[in-house]
Ligand binder design. Structure first.
Ligand code: SAM
Length: 344
């Protein structure tokens, strides 16, 4: 039986130790013992619910604590999941410098370094305390901060430049115009109806501007969720292992420590999508009378891989994985029937 499992992501021991050290130096209390941490995380969560588009209140100590101990690790794990999806694409392999806008305290760049430790970075971030934490967590970035995106220093041969946004466009109403100066753009956004659907709209805008979508899509057609649904949004979900200090306060915060979802988009003007036409599994396994279905995406049509357990083995395929159809498949209505094979 075909079994294609998605990996589990965790915070590296060295990053965990750095977070613990920065926390105790900044707040004169260890992460594990700080009784105000759960309250700080709950307050930040409430802040984001009440003010979804507001500026991050980096000047507040409760926000600094919550971001370092909770939001940085979670966004870092989401970034690791997304980078795992794109790590084999030539565009990402050729990347030399990442220009990150709204870098916070480093969730994304710390993840990118784990996939390519020769990357260099330039950042734009308006939270002074965010920059201070980031400098303590990531070595050799003292001079990497710019006041605004137009100050980014691009090399003449800008082919290896990647512009990235990790949960930072959510504070803007539209795509800033400087994005179009970059050949490669990677955007991570919260997996919510509003942010996810806005990102699907940006996808259309970027295609019109001449970009090729490299991931997560395997096609350049209109997104079927944008075309045929008013409420669905494209997202990926990753299995993660949480640090013990978070597991220990889970009962005191409003959120459960479960799988992490994220909506993302990777586009390029120079590179073409090598996975064009392959199937990306976008749904969980649905058991129905006499058959098992799993939603896939490869065009502007909503389709389902469909198996009949009485006469064939039903494969296990993790959400977000790419597969190809073996010879001899058939199509009936929106159902694709036949064998699949994993893409290595
Ligand atoms: C939700 S946080 C995300 C931080 C980080 N990228 C992460 O994934 O954890 C959004 C960040 O964007 C920054 N930001 C928002 N608007 C900005 C602007 N106009 N210039 C620079 N930074 C900005 C905020 O200060 C904040 O740190």
């Amino acid at each position: 039986m075909v079994e294609i499992k998605s990996p589990t992501f965790k915070i590296s021991n060295s990053l965990l130790e750095n977070i613990q050290e920065v926390y105790s130096n900044e707040f004169a209390c260890s992460l594990e013992k700080d009784k105000s941490l759960a309250e700080a995380i709950s307050r930040t969560h409430e802040f984001y619910i009440q003010n979804p588009e507001a500026e991050s209140p980096w000047q507040e100590q409760w926000f600094q604590k919550a971001y370092l101990a909770y939001y940085l690790p979670l966004n870092h794990l989401r970034a690791k999941g997304v980078l795992h999806r794109i790590k084999n694409l030539k565009a990402f392999k050729d990347t030399e410098c990442i220009f990150e806008w709204g870098s916070g305290n480093g969730a994304f760049s710390l993840a990118a370094l784990e996939y390519n430790d020769s990357l260099s970075f330039q950042f734009v971030e308006k939270g002074k305390q965010a920059i201070a934490q980031h400098k303590l967590l990531q070595r050799d970035i003292k001079d990497s901060f710019k006041k605004k995106a137009t100050d980014f220093h691009r090399s003449k041969d800008s082919g290896g430049d990647l512009l990235s946004f990790c949960y930072s466009l959510t504070e803007s109403e539209s795509l800033p115009s400087f994005v179009f100066d970059f050949d490669q753009i990677l955007i991570l956004e919260p997996s919510t109806n509003q942010d996810g659907r806005r990102l699907m709209g940006y996808r259309e805008e970027l295609i019109e501007e001449g970009y090729d979508v490299l991931a997560p899509c395997t096609h350049q057609h209109t997104c079927p969720l944008l075309k045929d649904s008013k409420k669905d949004w494209c997202h990926d979900t990753f299995f993660v292992e949480y640090p013990d200090y978070l597991k220990n306060i889970e009962s005191k915060i409003p959120m459960r420590l479960s799988n992490l979802s994220v909506s993302y988009l990777y586009v390029s003007k120079d590179y073409k999508n090598p996975n064009q036409g392959k199937l990306r599994v976008t749904g969980n396994t649905l058991k129905e009378r006499g058959k098992v279905r799993q939603m896939v995406c490869r065009s502007d049509e909503r389709e389902f891989l469909t198996w009949f357990p009485k006469r064939q083995d039903v494969p296990f395929i993790g959400r977000g994985e790419l597969v190809e159809l073996a010879e001899g498949f058939s199509k009936k209505s929106n159902e694709i029937r036949g064998e699949i094979q994993e893409i290595k």
